[in-house]
Ligand binder design. Structure first.
Ligand SMILES: Nc1ncnc2c1ncn2[C@@H]1O[C@H](COP(=O)(O)OP(=O)(O)OP(=O)(O)O)[C@@H](O)[C@H]1O
Ligand SMILES: [Mg+2]
Length: 317
């Protein structure tokens, strides 16, 4: 079975996500799927938030945070969004703002500056998620493929309580408290007229999530495709991923099993690997009988360049 039916439906999806454990082939499968869709005449954008620039490696082309046309492929643009870089930019901007220096002065007074030294956990995922939100109502492409969700956690912000529990929510609340504290001090010294916009910002973030949720849970528009390899660890991780996707109501129909070892009778090592893998494949078939499984073999080269990506696309579709 293949992923082919995805683009044969009358109503083609707008968003495809590829996710799974590290190194299982998410970027390779996303890039191959994007190439396939573009060559079917679908105007496609592929977006990666992987700081290792592996999407650029897949297409053997330098990419950036803005849509870059893939050379030799009409209808295909790619974005490699550097989460770490833009987090650093945001931090620098925040540090240089007048308000922050006032907050820092207060923090110094209270002896709690270390609170601001580390980036809150999950900040990169929140930023990756807000990048996804940026493209939800993007009108110029018919299809957007996200190679951005190592696990379902990037999408956990779709769940409302999580928004407030997240560091963004907490940070904004903290800012609100601090700025009202600073406001009181300012009033005391006779200049307390600035308005705080933190709550508006949180409300706006909430609104964007609310607008995205029906799009991302509509099986006519969105599909999340877990990728795994035939190994116990990858199966455990996929179980957790599927559980999370179920909770966030993200449609899943297909599962890709990548890097299946070839048969080779004259290599004892290969046969041993194959045996281990076939046990896992059996488990995968039992666990995921409700999903359409697509098997991709292990190649003897890296999946890089259009020729290799077409080879993978041919198997996937
Ligand atoms: N079927 C395959 N056969 C051989 N090599 C493969 C196959 N699929 C992927 N690879 C190679 O395995 C490596 C990991 O693949 P890829 O970068 O697509 O994984 P990933 O899940 O995106 O990894 P990460 O979690 O680091 O983002 C790459 O070097 C890629 O070229
Ligand atoms: Mg990757």
């Amino acid at each position: 079975m293949t992923l082919r039916d995805i683009f044969e439906k009358k109503k083609k999806p707008k968003f495809l996500f590829f996710g799974g454990k590290g190194g299982v082939g998410k970027t390779s499968c996303s890039a191959a799927a994007a190439l396939y869709a573009a060559e079917q005449g679908i105007s496609t954008l592929i977006l990666s938030t992987d700081p290792a620039h592996s999407l650029g490696d897949s297409f053997q082309q330098k990419l950036s945070g803005n849509p870059t046309p893939i050379e030799g492929v009409p209808n295909l643009e790619a974005i490699e969004f550097d989460v770490k870089q833009s987090m650093k930019e945001a931090e620098d901007k925040l540090r240089s703002s007048e308000e922050t220096s006032e907050v820092m002065a207060q923090a110094e007074m209270l002896g709690v500056t270390e609170m601001f030294d580390t980036t809150p956990p999950g900040a990169d995922e929140a930023l990756a998620f807000s990048k996804i939100l940026d493209y939800i109502d993007e009108p110029t492409h018919e299809l957007i493929i996200f190679d951005t969700a190592p696990t379902g956690h990037t999408l956990r912000f779709l769940s409302l309580p999580d928004v407030f529990d997240s560091w963004i929510g907490k940070l904004i609340m903290l800012r609100m408290r601090l700025s009202s504290f600073i406001g009181t001090i300012k009033k005391f010294f006779g200049r307390g007229d600035e308005k705080d916009t933190s709550l508006e910002q949180l409300k706006l973030f909430k609104k964007r999530i609310e607008a995205a949720r029906p799009e991302l849970s509509d099986p006519n528009k969105t599909e999340f495709i877990p990728v795994l390899i035939p190994a116990q660890m990858a199966i455990f991780e996929t179980e957790r991923l599927l559980q999370a996707l179920y909770e966030y109501e993200i449609p899943v129909k297909h599962v890709v099993v990548n890097m299946i070892a070839p048969d080779s009778q004259d290599c004892a090592f290969c046969m041993a690997r194959k045996k281990v893998q076939s046990e896992s494949i059996q488990t995968i078939k039992e666990y995921y009988e409700d999903f359409i499984l697509t098997e991709v073999p292990l190649f003897d080269t890296e999946v890089q360049g259009l020729e290799m990506l077409r080879k993978v696309a041919k198997i996937l579709f």
